[in-house]
Design a protein around this ligand. Structure first.
Ligand code: ZN
Length: 110
């Protein structure tokens, strides 16, 4: 997946979430592979503090992916919001994954 970028936060939170749950790990990995084919589908644009980012649910257990799409970064001028400074050198279909979170982690209210 050379069009997928993962932030440090994303990697850290993923590791924590799946530490004792290999089923969840597989589910998240296949969701990412699948959504890369059409990252707009079944997602919502976030607003307020999270403007520039999108949310997509992973199954029905309350996990969600938080990400940005470079095509949208450029169209809507979200490069700064997404800290996507080398955006222009990235493919339209590039997806930057910022976070993966369960709804119980209310302190980051995506
Ligand atoms: Zn970008």
């Amino acid at each position: 997946m050379d069009r997928a970028y993962f932030t440090q936060d994303f990697r850290k939170h993923l590791e924590k979430l799946v530490k004792r749950d290999s089923v969840l790990k597989g589910r998240i990995q296949s969701k990412i592979e699948d959504m890369m084919n059409d990252p707009f589908r079944n997602s919502e644009e976030l607003v307020g503090a999270f403007k520039g980012k999108r949310r997509m649910y992973i199954g029905k257990a309350g996990h969600r992916l938080i990400y940005g799409i470079c095509r949208e970064c450029r169209e809507k001028n979200h490069q700064n919001l997404n800290s996507c400074l080398d955006c222009n050198s990235k493919d339209d279909t590039t997806v930057i994954f910022f976070d993966v979170i369960h709804r119980s982690e209310g302190y980051r209210n995506y």
